[in-house]
Structures are given as C-alpha cells and as structure tokens.
Design a protein around this ligand. Sequence first.
Ligand code: DAV
Length: 369
Amino acid sequence: MSDSDVETPTVSHLSAPVVWSCNEWDPLEEVIVGVVDGATVPPWNHSLAATAPAHAAWFFEKYGGSAFPQDIISNASRELDALSNRLVKLGVKVRRPDILDFNKEVTTPWWSSKGLYAAMPRDVLLVVGDTIFEAPMAWRSRYFESYAFRNLLMDYFRKGGRWLTAPKPTMAETFYDPNYSPDRAIIEGQKQFVINESEIAFDAADFVRFGTDILAQKSNVTNAAGIEWMRRHVPSGFSVHEVEFDDEHPMHIDTTIVPLAPGKLLVNPNWVNTMPDILASWEILRAPPPVKPYDSALYFSSDWLTMNILSLDEKTLIVEEQETPMIEALTGWGFDVIPVPFRNFYPFGGSIHCATTDVRRSGSLKSYL
Ligand code: DAV
C-alpha cells in the first residue's frame, strides 16, 4: 500500500470538530438521515418476537425474508427525503448512508441471515463528544448494517473524527435464551431478556445523552456487558449510568424518556412509573396518547413513536405532523414545533429520532444532572 492510499487526518478535532455532540438539544449542525431503499423484512425469529408487537406476526409470516413491499418503501422514502430537504433549509448539513441490498443472505461461521435496512442511524451510531461509536447490535439481520455508514464514517475519520467500533457478539444460538418468551418477560419481579450476558451487545438507541451523563437501559438488544463496554470507552469527562423503566419488552430508550432541553424531559406515561433518582430535579411532561389508528402498520414498535422527536435546538422540535395532542402539549410547554409528515415511515419501527443521528451539535460539554 502506498502512502497516498490513506489520507492522514490533518484537521485537529479540537479546533474544528467534525464529530461533536454531547446531548440531545444543543443546536443541530450535521445529521445523518436514514434510507429505506434495499430494506428487507427479517424472517420471524426468537429475538424479533421478543419486541415486535404480536399483532404484526402476519406481516412477518407474509413478507419475512423478502424485500419490504415497494409501496411501503416509496412512501417512507418520500418522507425521509422531505425531512432531509427541510433540515437543509433549516441550515443543517444532511448526510445519507449508502444504499445496500439487505436482501442478500450473509453467512458467518455460526448462522446465515438476510439483512434489515439502513433506515435507523440512531440504532447503529452514537456520538459522544468527539467520538462516534459503532454499535455491535444484537439481531443477526443487523450484523452488517453499519457498513451502509462506512463511507460516512471514513469521511469523518479522514477529517479528524474519532471512531470506535464495539466488539460484535457472534450471535450464535448460545447468545439467545431459548426459554425467553414475551409473555413471561417478568419472572419474580425480574425483567427477562432474550439475549444473555455471554457476549457484548448493544444498540446505540438504548443510550441517551444528557451532557456529561449518559443514561442507558438493559433491553432485548443491550446487555450489561454492552453498557459496561461503553462505560469503559466513552471519552474522558463522560459517565454512563444504567437506568430501568417499566417497559416489559424494552428495545431502545427513545420512546421512554426524551430530554428536550436542559431540565425538561418528555416521559412515557405507561413505562415511567418511578423516576430514577438521577433525573429527580428535571421537570417532566407525560406524553399524551399517540394518535391512532395506525397500529396495524406498526410492525416493529409500540405505538409510542409519537415521542420519537428530533430537537433542532433547545426551543425547536421536529414532530410528526399528525400527532396533534403531542404538538399541542409541547407548544404549551414553550417549544416551537416544526411538524413534518412522517407517518409512512412508522412501519419500519421508528419515527424522526430513530431515522436520524446527530453527528454535530454546537455547544460545550456540561453537566445537567
Ligand atoms: O416503542 O417500540 C421504538 C423505538 C425504536 N428506536 C418502541 C421502541
């Protein structure tokens, strides 16, 4: 390999950070918005059954292993493009992942599986200060998902960004609990999970950033070893705290608690019965019920996607346009809301927060908890 094959970073990340985000609400400068092209419906399996709503089983029976139906892809794609254009108009730099064909079967020494999608950058990438973390994931269908973001990550790396990839679990049979069942998710007061602690696993979306403090939950895709790995690898000045809520089938924290501004937290009224001590001083807004009906099209998630909001800054929130009770509640709490159409993205299992990940927000590292 000649020297010219690798561009050595010359830009100091201290003087002009290409990757910099410490919380969910500082002014947004650069964001990755997902894509749905190439999305494949994963075959129904044990780890998926742990969190997918039971009413969606028919969808996986019908389409599991095939590409998502084209009309679902086209309608969601239009909304993703519209969100991207809107963000650009608001002065935010928008990046998109590569389009990969997730309908290809991949084989590792332990298993074979088709892929899923590159729709949810929030699940795969987590920016903590000047470092972008690539999550190991816990579903076989997501093993290679981060490669859709490889060109972006290489670009950030070349420009001086720090990039860390967590060790991936083998996702062999031994990593999943064969006795786990969603209807026995709590046994003797203890939450049960479909993954065990034999290897490191997490999705980035089980972490939420409050400046120097990052809260994380164990879930059906994030184990204690994964949280501990993050704890040992976050840049200096950050600490990771484990929190637990009352969602019996947790997967991703961003429909449970959503910090909107310093001291202001949106919480899920069904899943947050007791506030962790660390959040005791924060003012809370209990999310109003989501607008229905659309639950027949929620194949991967609960109907709390209404809470899955992206902050442009600590005053301005991007919210799905049909979630009017939420828009009214947030406006009443002093926020400016930018409504965008995003309902056709819901079948992929997320809303605006899931479909994006902030790579750069201005502001400095501070303690808020
Ligand atoms: O509420 O089912 C969806 C969030 C996905 N990032 C839920 C979690």
